[in-house]
Design a protein around this ligand. Structure first.
Ligand SMILES: Nc1nc2c(ncn2[C@@H]2O[C@H](COP(=O)(O)OP(=O)(O)OP(=O)(O)O)[C@@H](O)[C@H]2O)c(=O)[nH]1
Ligand SMILES: [Mg+2]
Length: 405
């Protein structure tokens, strides 16, 4: 993975993709920067008081690292046949490394995103996935005859032939190799049936587009029964409950000085709360009007106290987890963790996110481009090998020493 990871938000129209993006990024464009919360290396080395990220922030070892999010055009059933915004959607999709499928769990929008009541949102999960699989499979089947003939003529490996077809989805040979390894297929590619091809495409989709399901609109009274149903059908590790509009509202009220709110937490304090806690100045907060006071009370009861938070921050955490993102901290000096600049009292100024399975050399290329790296040091000045893997707590503090080897 040379470029930075990109997480795509997908779902039918009106599911809440743009709202989720806005709640995470304070932006309203299609591409925006969200902040992934991770454990910073500064805590491990006891230097949190001097941790000052160049991008994002770090508070007591909880670091917010920028990550790019993409609001993909809404998808409807039949999209792979070019229905609705289908092809636009599918074109956007190829840039994503992981997907957040935003599902309207309130059941107040149908498969096309039109207003209704009592719709069963559990079916959205299956058809959206099927749209992606059918799109990839359709593209493959269209040309399968010539793909197969070429494969045999040039005596290619299955990985080479498939990668030739899947590169357009942002795949690489490693992804294709992992897909085929997992399946343990015995038959050579030239003998694959349509059914086998569909299985390959399914496995490839899992590998290329790991997806978490964001059950959005949990603030709605109809959400509960739908959540219960979906929870029974779906791997619990891939589900997050959230309310995008609640997060947007809380962040807005905090920005305007009406409440104290820690993003992603269950704590909201109003002026009255703080006065009751013994601060006569109420934290300098403004007085809420009746309407907003009621709205905040409802939001606490329906969302924060029941689910622990609005869930949107966890949506991102879960997606990063599924993607297996590893935060790596490039430093100039592996004993002080400084960046070697004039303001060198600060530590761990940089952090890059790489996919699990990345090597030290992958990180070097990402950080240093084509600059000649003589050798690479880990924490404490210990030399590390280029083909060592990086993981949380292992080879995740690195210093690239420029020069000839
Ligand atoms: N109750 C409730 N409504 C929400 C929530 N999130 C979004 N909505 C509402 O759902 C509607 C659609 O939200 P959008 O974010 O525009 O949906 P979208 O998925 O981007 O839709 P398209 O761009 O048309 O594909 C809006 O009226 C939102 O206010 C939520 O958490 N709770
Ligand atoms: Mg939208």
């Amino acid at each position: 993975m040379g470029r930075d990871p990109l997480i795509g938000l997908v779902g039918k129209p009106s599911a809440g993709k743009s709202s989720t993006l806005n709640s995470l990024t304070d932006a309203s464009s299609k591409r925006a920067i969200g902040y992934l919360q991770i454990d910073c290396a500064c805590a491990r080395f006891g230097v949190s008081d001097r941790c000052k990220p160049n991008y994002g922030s770090c508070v007591d070892g909880r670091r917010s690292v920028p990550i790019e999010l993409l609001d993909v055009a809404g998808l409807v059933p039949g999209a792979h046949q070019g229905k609705g915004l289908g092809n636009k959607f599918l074109d956007d999709l190829r840039h994503a490394d992981a997907l957040i499928h935003v599902v309207d769990v309130s059941g107040t929008t149908d498969a096309e995103g039109k207003v209704t009541r009592g719709y069963d949102p559990s079916v959205d999960i299956a058809w959206l996935r099927s749209e992606i699989v059918q799109w990839i499979k359709g593209n493959l089947m269209e040309k399968w005859g010539s793909i197969r003939r070429r494969h045999m003529a040039v005596k290619a490996t299955a990985v080479e032939t498939l990668q030739g077809q899947f590169s357009g989805y942002g795949s690489n040979a490693r992804v294709v190799a992992r897909t085929l390894d997992r399946m343990g297929l015995k038959e050579p590619l030239e003998d694959w049936s349509e059914e086998t091809i569909e299985r390959v495409v399914n496995a490839f989709t899992d590998e290329k587009f790991p997806t978490i399901i964001a059950l959005n609109k949990i603030d709605h009274p109809d959400a509960d029964k739908n959540i219960a149903k979906i929870a029974k059908m779906q791997d619990p590790n891939t589900i997050v409950l959230c309310s995008a509009i609640s997060e947007i509202f809380l962040r807005k009220m905090a920005k305007q000085g009406y409440v104290k709110y820690t993003e992603g937490s269950e704590f909201v304090d109003t002026r009255e709360d703080l006065i009751a806690d013994g601060d006569p100045d109420g934290g300098g907060l403004k007085e809420l009007d009746e309407k907003n006071k009621t709205r905040i009370e409802n939001l606490k009861d329906m969302v924060l106290y029941r689910f622990g938070s609005t869930g949107v921050v966890q949506v991102l955490t879960k997606a990063a987890e599924l993607l297996g993102l590893v935060p790596v901290f490039p430093v100039r000096n592996t004993t002080t963790f400084g960046s070697g600049q004039a303001d060198s009292k600060f530590v761990f100024r940089d952090c890059v996110l790489v996919k699990k399975g990345s090597t030290v050399a992958d990180v070097a290329r990402k950080c240093m481009g084509d600059a000649p790296v003589a050798y690479i040091e880990g924490a404490g000045g210990i030399r590390v090998a280029e083909d060592d893997l990086v993981a949380v707590g292992k080879n995740d503090v690195l210093s690239f020493k420029i020069g000839r080897g």
